[in-house]
Write a protein that binds this ligand. Structure first.
Ligand SMILES: [Zn+2]
Length: 342
C-alpha cells in the first residue's frame, strides 16, 4: 500500500509532495495556513465584484464592446460562468471557443443550445492545423500529456484577441480543485493575485514550459498585451452538482452520460487518462479530488473509490480510440512522429 497524506489522500509520488512528521502533506498545510482567507465568502464576493466593476470601467475607456472574454467549451463550468457574468454581474461577455482537434458532438450541441437560451456574442477560432498537430505530437512524445497544448493555445489566442480588441478581462471556469491542486505559494494564486499578462498566466500554469513552446518573437509580443485573468470559482462556493442542476433547470443544459472521469467536451479524454495512469500512476483528477477532500467536501474513502473506478475504466483503451487519436495528431504526410506509446 502506497503512503498517502492522512488528510487529503494524495499519494507519495504526487508532484512536489512532502510530508511533515504527522503524515500531513505540504498542500494540506498550505491550505490550512490560508484557510481563513480562502473560505471568507463575503470578502471574496466583494473582491470579485470590484474586479468586475474595474473591468467595466476599463472597457469603457478602451472603447471596447465587451467587458470580458470567456473561454467556452460547452462544458458545465464555462457555460455557468458566462451565464452568471451576464445575469448576475451585468457584464458584456464575449464567448470564445477554441476549436481544438477533439471537440465532441455533445460539446457542440450544448454550445448551440446555450447561445440560444442566454444570447451573447460568440466567436469560434481554428488555428493552423499543421502547427497544432506538431504541438500535440511534441507534447505526447516528451511529456505523455497533450491537455497542456489545448490549454496553452486556448489562452494564447484569448489573450491575443482580448489584447487587440481592448477587452480588459479574461474570466476562466477553472474549478477550485483545478486552482488549488498544485497550490503551495500565494504568488500567482487566485484570489491572492491574478495574472496581468499571458506570460504571467502561463508561467503559473506551466512553470517554464511556455519558454519551450514559443519563439522569442512571440513571447516579446504577448508581453505587451495587458489583460487580466480571473478564475470565477476562486471567488464562489458552489458544488459541481449544484452547477449542473442550475443549468438543467435554467437553460435545459444536458448532463454527460458517462460518470467516468469527465471531460465530455473532449473525445480524446480517455487517452489523456490512460497516459496519466501510465506515467504518473493516478488518474488526472487525483489532485482535484484531493482538494475537495482537504476542504471537507468529499470523504477520503469516496475519493479512493472514484479513483479506483477511473483507473479501471481507463487502463485499457480500444484500438479504435487509439487510432482515431493518433490520426488526429499525426503530422500530415512525411511525418514520422506517430509514437504515442507511454
Ligand atoms: Zn494532504
Amino acid at each position: 500500500m502506497n503512503k498517502r497524506c492522512i488528510i487529503c489522500g494524495l499519494p507519495e509520488h504526487y508532484t512536489g509532495i512532502k510530508f511533515d512528521q504527522n503524515g500531513v502533506c505540504n498542500y494540506c498545510n498550505f491550505y490550512e495556513e490560508n484557510k481563513e482567507f480562502l473560505e471568507d465568502s463575503d470578502r471574496l464576493e466583494e473582491m470579485f465584484r470590484m474586479k468586475m466593476e474595474t473591468a467595466k470601467q476599463k472597457a469603457k475607456e478602451n472603447g471596447s464592446k465587451y467587458d470580458c472574454l470567456v473561454g467556452f467549451s460547452g462544458g458545465k463550468d464555462s457555460t455557468y460562468v458566462i451565464q452568471q457574468l451576464k445575469e448576475k454581474y451585468g457584464m458584456r461577455v464575449l464567448a470564445f471557443t477554441f476549436q481544438n482537434a477533439f471537440s465532441t458532438e455533445y460539446g457542440r450541441r450544448n454550445i448551440e443550445n446555450a447561445l440560444q437560451k442566454m444570447p451573447v456574442d460568440h466567436i469560434s477560432f481554428t488555428m493552423n492545423d499543421e502547427e497544432l498537430r506538431k504541438a500535440y505530437t511534441f507534447s505526447v512524445n516528451f511529456m505523455c500529456n497533450f491537455c497542456a497544448i489545448c490549454f496553452h493555445y486556448m489562452h494564447y489566442y484569448s489573450y491575443l484577441f482580448a489584447g487587440k480588441n481592448g477587452i480588459p478581462l479574461i474570466v476562466n471556469g477553472r474549478t477550485k480543485g483545478q486552482i488549488f491542486q498544485m497550490a503551495l505559494d500565494k504568488d500567482h494564486l487566485e484570489p491572492f493575485e491574478t495574472s496581468h499578462s499571458l506570460l504571467d498566466f502561463e508561467h503559473q500554469m506551466f512553470h517554464g514550459l511556455e519558454e519551450k513552446l514559443w519563439s522569442e518573437e512571440e513571447i516579446r509580443y504577448v508581453r505587451d498585451i495587458e489583460a487580466e485573468a480571473v478564475s470565477y470559482f476562486a471567488y464562489h462556493e458552489i458544488s459541481e452538482e449544484e452547477v449542473m442542476r442550475h443549468l438543467e433547470q435554467s437553460i435545459g443544459w444536458t448532463r454527460p452520460k458517462s460518470k467516468a472521469g469527465g471531460h465530455p467536451d473532449c473525445y480524446a479524454h480517455a487517452l489523456a487518462e490512460h497516459m496519466s495512469i501510465g506515467k504518473r500512476g493516478f488518474p488526472t483528477r487525483q489532485g482535484e479530488l484531493s482538494v475537495e477532500v482537504r476542504r471537507g467536501k468529499l470523504p477520503v474513502e469516496e475519493m479512493i473509490q472514484i479513483l479506483e473506478q477511473d483507473t479501471l475504466h481507463f487502463s485499457t483503451i480500444s484500438a479504435e480510440e487509439k487510432r482515431k487519436f493518433e490520426e488526429r495528431i499525426r503530422k500530415n504526410k512525411h511525418g514520422k512522429n506517430d509514437n504515442t506509446n507511454n
